[in-house]
Design a protein around this ligand. Sequence first.
Ligand code: THU
Length: 141
Amino acid sequence: MELSKETVFKLIDEAAKARDMAYAPYSKFHVGAALLLGDGSIITGCNIENASFGATNCAERTVIFKAVSEGHRDFKAIAIVGGKADEPLSDYAYPCGICRQVMCEFCPDDFPIIVAVNKEKYYIKPLDEMLPGLFRGDKVL
Ligand code: THU
């Protein structure tokens, strides 16, 4: 599916808004993610940290788990915006390895991952470039 510029911009906006909801008192690194569903709707998520550190959930997993738990599995694209809460956004917030693996469970090889600083500075890479040699066990999407 070709993503229009309008859709990419909307996803970046929604990810930036979701970032405001981040609960990250330990790292102060706030991340928002916006997931485009097959029906054109968008679900958002943020990172949610925990005093144990290990129980922290990234924004990408929050949004995917939200979507799956609400009955959605047809995902068209994801946008991610992140950075230190007290600094202007300047760098790309790459999805971590665990989140890439979670995307791989539900998304096709060419699933577009939009990593954005803002609407002027972003890039789009397919999942299989972000996670080469991806592992799906014997699952066929
Ligand atoms: N984080 C995300 O939300 N997404 C990623 O893919 C990378 C890391 C969060 C987890 C933690 O709350 C903070 O960023 C610092 O690692």
